[in-house]
Design a protein. Structure first.
Length: 261
């Protein structure tokens, strides 16, 4: 779709000309009379519409007859139809927006509203536990650990008690989101327990979460079970807690695609 078409249609008088020609071709004089404009003005607008591929002016003897280029308008229609089509990401955003509203209202009533909450997430992954383990604990393989719209700037899950647990997510505008913690226990390649706290803009923890991740063989793949327990929540944690389940689901979708043969 040529952007020149949109630029041409953005001028009100040119849009009026196109709307007039929708029903049938008109001479330049008819356009001027119908729209109450001087003919030189109409001619100038028609030249712009012609360069944009929207109108053709046909010289027919002493008459100049203007007609729409329907093919260009069909291209524009198809482009707009594509923009108007509902996409899964729109529904995800709406789901997250509603969750943020609910969590924010709950936090306003009780700043420690999320303490004691548990979340369970399960997934079947198309690789054996050893391969999944490597993608969980090898920094170079941890690019999957980010929801849609984010990238992993830094990550670590050192599979030893007291090991570093760290995730730094980056947005397209350069903003970063940091979570830090420690690994509590690790049994290769089946169990990993760790705690993490996302940090607010001031560097203070928004809440703390304990993660119990289990990997069990499943045919040619792995049954992953992740249990999350929240405590030490703060009112400012509402957006992060609202997006926790969704973020992990999207991250595990990425991991599944990464592991797919």
């Amino acid at each position: 779709m040529d952007p020149a078409a949109l630029t041409a249609l953005a001028e009100p008088n040119r849009l009026r000309i196109v709307e007039l020609l929708r029903e049938r071709p008109h001479t330049v004089g008819e356009v001027a009379a119908a729209l109450g404009m001087r003919q030189p003005q109409v001619t100038k607008h028609l030249q712009t519409l012609s360069r944009a591929g929207l109108v053709t002016v046909h010289p027919l003897g002493q008459r100049r007859v203007c007609a729409l280029e329907r093919a260009t308008l069909r291209e524009l229609r198809d482009w707009l139809d594509g923009l108007a089509r509902d996409e899964p990401a729109d529904a995800v955003l709406e789901q997250y927006r509603r969750a943020v509203e609910q969590e924010t209202a709950a936090a306003a009533a009780d700043p420690a509203w999320a303490d004691g909450r548990t979340v369970r997430i399960t997934r079947v992954l198309p690789a054996p536990p050893a391969a999944v383990w490597e993608h969980l604990t090898t920094p170079a393989l941890m690019g999957w650990w980010a929801p849609d719209g984010f990238t992993v700037a830094d990550a670590a899950l050192e599979p030893t008690p007291g090991g570093d647990a760290r995730l730094v997510l980056a947005e397209g505008d350069g903003a970063t989101h940091i979570a830090t913690g420690r690994v509590a226990a690790a049994t290769r390649p089946s169990a990993l327990d760790f705690g993490m706290a996302p940090l607010g803009p001031d560097g203070a923890p928004l809440f703390h979460a304990t993660y119990a991740l289990r990997l069990d063989p499943h045919d040619d793949g792995t049954d992953l079970t992740l249990d999350i327990a929240i405590d030490l929540s703060t009112e400012a944690a509402a957006p992060a807690i609202a997006g926790m389940r969704l973020g992990w689901q999207q991250s595990l979708d990425r991991l599944a695609r990464t592991l797919a043969p």
